[in-house]
Write a protein that binds this ligand. Structure first.
Ligand code: GUN
Length: 290
């Protein structure tokens, strides 16, 4: 039997509806116009598409959005100075530095992310937010893994007591996903490139998260019948062809539920960025927007 397809648009719309209500309360009750600034350095075409999509989503929800485009040759000092200005600008509630950074400053990525005010860190990449997530304190949480959890909740898929397996240990997805699933009382295993007998582990999963960046890496033999499969991968295999980390056509015949690529988790990432912008306002003003 074919799996339930978890359409990103459906769940992103639910998240956006929540955010829209908060934008209204911010504006009406607190006279705050939510503001997000995205910094993009250089000319990476995929990054430009992502940033443009983020900008459009903000406009759709009444969030004031600015894109700061800096040249490829920008120095670390120039980027830090831009971040400093935004940290001090009270009309800017969220700051995001689009990754990857150009080669000459990519070595300083950690220092650059650490320069963002943790209360404006809508990516949830600042060590303060990473640490707070780890100890279960209220924080700004990375958008993609948090969006996956929201999707499971909206879809009525319970997490408590389930065996969850994550393939990939990145700071952006794998590690925060571990903390989020653990906080929801799953039993969580994180696999990576050095994991031995990977398929034996993934076949145990009730919830399988693929975040490795290898096209169609997860095959049907690696999936337990009825499992929930979340595909975080976005791999370009031809000019106009995007595929995930999961062999969708084969795995959907085994899984109980599965996210498609495109049209799955990617939609949730942007919705959660908007969610985090409103969350950032709550943290900065110590208010509750409902
Ligand atoms: N590049 C790809 N994904 C992301 C993300 O979630 N945040 C940032 N800042 N850059 C990215």
């Amino acid at each position: 039997m074919s799996a339930q397809i978890l359409e990103g648009n459906v769940y992103a719309a639910q998240i956006k509806a929540e955010v829209k209500a908060k934008v209204q309360i911010a504006k009406d009750t607190y006279k705050i116009i939510p503001g997000l600034t995205v910094i993009i350095v250089g000319e990476n075409p995929a990054s430009k598409v992502y940033v443009n999509n983020k900008h459009k989503a903000c406009e759709e929800l009444g969030i004031s959005s600015e894109v700061v485009s800096l040249p490829e040759t920008t120095t670390k000092e120039e980027l830090l100075s831009e971040i400093d200005k935004l940290n001090k600008n009270t009309a800017v509630h969220g700051i995001l530095v689009q990754l990857p950074l150009p080669q000459q400053i990519s070595d300083y990525e950690a220092e650059i992310l650490e320069a963002i005010d943790p209360k404006k860190d809508v990516d949830g990449f600042h060590p303060v937010n990473v640490g707070r997530l780890g100890i279960g304190k209220d924080s700004l949480v990375p958008c993609t893994p948090h969006g996956c959890i929201k999707m499971l909740e909206f879809a009525g898929i319970s997490i408590e007591g389930k065996k969850a397996v994550i393939i990939g240990r990145s700071n952006i997805v794998g590690k925060p996903m571990f903390h989020l699933l653990l906080a929801k009382n799953a039993t969580v295993t994180v696999c990576h490139s050095r994991t031995k007998d990977l398929a034996d582990i993934t076949r145990e999963a009730d919830i399988l998260v693929a975040a490795i960046g290898k096209p169609r890496f997860v095959t049907s033999e690696m999936v337990k019948p009825g499992a929930v499969v979340i595909d975080v991968g976005i791999n370009r295999i031809a000019e106009k062809k995007l595929v995930g980390d999961v062999d969708f056509d084969a795995v959907k015949e085994v899984a109980g539920a599965i996210t498609p690529v495109p049209g799955g988790v990617g939609k949730l990432t942007i919705a959660m960025l908007l969610y985090n912008t409103l969350k950032a306002i709550e943290l900065q003003y110590n208010i509750n927007l409902g």
